[in-house]
Design a protein around this ligand. Structure first.
Ligand code: MG
Length: 305
């Protein structure tokens, strides 16, 4: 082993790699339109060695769907670096001490596919509801034995699908929610979010679910683990006070708060000092500058005294 000729100084230390957990809607894009410049900022950070993982409470899409869309915007992405609440829920199901082999799923096609992908057999709410109606049986009998009931946003929800979910929970299945966002904003207005369906099943069954999505810490923890890192070391880049910022604060992670989405600077002013984000950015240029500053402070913290 040869000794290095020059002792490492702060000038020669390898840059510290940031872990960026990036919300999608309101940060990378708004509805169908990219937020100008954000994809390029993330691409530059990834090229410099940072880990970029996307985290979204949206449970309706399969992760490959995001790859196509984000690649078209120039954002750095692979199927393993987008962790939706659907994907995180599927991974959570595989981590339980009491194994979950068969799950009842009330949700969209992307959620069903993510859960199948991890090797869990699913029974759809649509299937159970059809049997209830045709055979005059209850939801637990229609679904057969299930270890868990997963509820996300089901755009085709019906009264019997909700009834079937509650029946299975009353029969002993564990209750897991992808997220509890009460509202799902769309271009045609505010629609019920997964949380509104979860609330109906909770009220009907009398059981409170484990929730995976933001502001619960699990989505960010699972996303960080996807690249072998710890969530508390992450920088959350998000536009939601009650979701992104709250989840980061719950983990002791830093948050760069974007004003490109649903929140305003005035709303941030109402928060206690301890709950404020480490930086606020109103566009891609301010995001780039904030990340530059945070990266420099991490390098300084890692340098020998
Ligand atoms: Mg958002």
């Amino acid at each position: 082993m040869s000794q290095p000729l020059v002792r490492a100084s702060s000038a020669t230390i390898a840059p510290v790699s940031l872990l960026l957990l990036v919300d999608l809607d309101g940060v990378v894009y708004r509805g169908a339109d990219p937020v100008p410049g954000v994809a390029a900022v993330l691409a530059a950070r990834a090229a410099a060695g940072d880990d970029v993982v996307y985290v979204t409470n949206n449970s309706m899409h399969y992760r490959a769907d995001y790859v196509t869309r984000l690649e078209a915007m120039g954002a750095p992405i692979t199927p393993d670096t987008v962790v939706s609440s659907a994907r995180a829920t599927a991974l959570y199901l595989t981590e339980q001490d009491r194994p979950i082999r068969r799950a009842f799923v009330l949700g969209a096609g992307g959620l069903e596919r993510e859960i199948r992908d991890v090797g869990i057999e699913i029974v759809t709410a649509a299937y159970a509801a059809t049997r209830m109606q045709q055979e005059g049986i209850d939801g637990a009998a229609a679904a057969g034995s299930v270890d868990a009931v997963v509820v996300g946003l089901d755009p085709n929800v019906t009264y019997l699908r909700l009834a079937a979910a509650a029946d299975c929970i009353r029969a002993g299945a564990r209750f897991i929610a992808t997220n509890r966002d009460p509202i799902y904003p769309t271009e045609r207005g505010l629609r019920p979010g997964a949380g509104s369906l979860v609330a109906a099943v909770e009220a009907t069954s009398g059981v409170t679910p484990v929730s995976i999505g933001k502001p619960a810490p699990r989505l960010l923890e699972i996303a960080a683990r996807a690249v072998g890192r710890r969530a508390r070391d992450a920088i959350m880049i998000g536009d939601g006070i009650l979701t992104d910022l709250a989840a980061a604060n719950a983990l002791g992670a830093r948050c760069v708060f974007m004003l490109t989405g649903v929140s305003t600077r005035d709303q941030l002013r109402g928060l206690a000092a301890a709950d404020q984000p480490v930086a606020v950015a109103q566009d891609a240029a301010e995001l780039a500058a904030a990340l530059e500053t945070l990266a420099a402070s991490d390098v300084a913290a890692a340098a020998p005294a």
